[in-house]
Write a new protein. Structure first.
Length: 473
């Protein structure tokens, strides 16, 4: 039994989806050309005056409401002072004493509630690039890009809980269209703070922070490594030092980056160039009314309305467009269980193969609905439906057109199947004779020949039954 209790808190930076930066008019568009989207304000040149891009406010409020937070009617900006090459001003404009929102929570699948301590607005820093000659280069395109930082209480006890929380958070901001939240582009950055204590200790242990985690896999691995590192030190009687650890993606290891600063070292003081942010009750209510159905709400409704299992619902609600596409595609279908399994198996396979979203498919929900109803009414079997769907994804033609091009018949009736089986028996007389003499395994071969001749237009169950019956004659 483990003698240590693991305690984890998470700070998450999410890039807010706006066309311009938070305190100037520079574009937030990603570009490979360094230092293109910059101006005197985001470069921190003397004499400049920042102006809040108000677009960020309703987007951050939507996120706060989705996380059950209290929205503060008055919030304010502050300067966070520290020196680092990617921070041209020598300070970062953020929110400190008076954040936008506080006291929220997210409920995990287990029922456990993760408390949200605060959500605040701030600007991003620039980006440091280290080349092969050990030179450090600076790109300030990212400096001033709007961020919201979401800080949890130390309520996590495992890396699995952290990953579930972050996956849910990513899903929420994508549903709300607040952020694209692509981790590989730094649009969602989760930074766990980890501490260990003995089971009989009430006081939390010394915490360390992990940075440079650009995937859920990296976050999980980083947490596991840091827990192991701290356990080893504590078992030797050594003291944990409060440091920021850097995760090396290539080597899959952690290394100390710098001593972790205390709050007082940042010398926060109110931002003199920006007024307080004042929000009316009506403004917040209007935002609340504009909120779309959240992933957890949609999952619960789909399970209830469509009889989906939790796992099926999780897959379908993983993406808002995908969930909407599903609902439109299965409209009017009676046998939802059968059709849902087909949808979940086939549609993601096409999307993954082509590396596209549902909006980029060559066919629309009406065409897919037509095919799903054919499955529902047993006009086509699943193998034939799969062939039709592949052709739909290549050509954009609807199912009726594809069936016409393939000969015009949807499915073979019993008489057609009987005639076809008789033909197969005649064409494979030697194999039929061997089967009748005890080689039972040849039955599968004969079924395969029938399916081949039917071009997937016959029900496999019907072929099995009729073939057995005809072979007994």
């Amino acid at each position: 039994m483990d003698e240590y209790i693991v305690t984890i808190g998470v700070e998450t930076h999410i890039q807010i989806k706006t066309k311009s930066k938070i305190f100037c008019k520079c574009s937030t568009e990603f570009t490979e050309e360094p230092n293109r989207n910059v101006c005197p304000i985001c470069m921190g040149l003397p004499g400049v005056m920042p102006t809040l891009n108000f677009e960020v406010v309703p987007l951050a409020i939507k996120t706060a409401l989705a996380l059950n937070c209290n929205i503060n009617r008055i919030s304010g900006f502050a300067r966070k002072n520290y020196f680092y090459p990617d921070l041209p001003k020598g300070y970062q404009i953020t929110q400190h004493e008076f954040p936008l929102a506080t006291s929220g929570y997210m409920q995990l699948r287990s029922g456990k509630k993760i408390r949200i301590k605060r959500i605040h607005l701030e600007e991003d820093t620039g980006k440091m690039i280290h080349d092969q000659d050990q030179n450090s280069l600076l790109d300030f395109n990212r400096a001033g890009v709007p961020l919201m930082e979401i800080v949890t209480e130390p309520d996590f006890n495992s890396e699995k809980e952290v990953i579930e929380y972050l996956e849910n958070l990513q899903r929420i901001v994508r549903y709300l269209d607040v952020s694209t939240a692509n981790m590989e582009f730094g649009e969602l950055r989760g930074e766990p703070n980890i501490s260990l204590r003995k089971k009989d200790d009430q006081k939390l242990g010394t915490k360390t922070e992990i940075k440079n985690l650009n995937s859920f896999k990296s976050i999980e691995k980083g947490i596991i490594l840091e827990i192991e590192r701290q356990k080893e030190l504590l078992s030797k009687g050594e003291r944990i030092i409060s440091v920021t650890m850097l995760f090396d993606e290539r080597k899959q290891e952690l290394r100390p980056m710098r001593k972790k600063e205390s709050v007082s070292e940042y010398r926060y003081f109110p931002e003199p160039d920006l007024p307080d942010l004042l929000l009316s009750e009506n403004f917040i209510e209007e935002i609340k009314k504009s909120m779309v159905e959240l992933p957890s709400q949609k999952l619960e409704r789909l399970q209830k309305d469509y009889g989906l299992s939790f796992e099926e619902g999780e897959i379908i609600t993983s993406n808002r467009d995908f969930a909407d596409f599903f609902e439109k595609s299965v409209d009017g279908v009676k046998n939802l269980k059968k059709v849902t399994k087909f949808f979940i198996r086939e549609i993601p396979a096409i999307l993954n193969e082509k590396k596209i979203g549902v909006k980029d498919l060559k066919f629309n929900h009406k065409d897919l609905n037509k095919l799903l109803k054919m499955i529902d009414e047993e006009k086509v079997n699943l193998n034939f439906a799969q062939d039709i769907l592949k052709k739909m994804s290549l050509t954009g033609n609807d199912p009726d057109d594809i069936i016409k091009c393939d000969g015009g018949n949807i499915s073979l009736n019993e008489k057609d199947v009987e005639n076809m089986i008789i033909e197969v028996i005649k064409e494979n007389s030697k194999e039929v004779e061997r089967y009748k003499n005890g080689e039972d395994k040849l039955f599968g071969f004969l079924v395969g020949q029938c399916m081949k001749k039917a071009k997937n237009r016959a029900n496999p169950k019907l072929i099995n039954e009729m073939l057995k019956e005809i072979l007994k004659r």
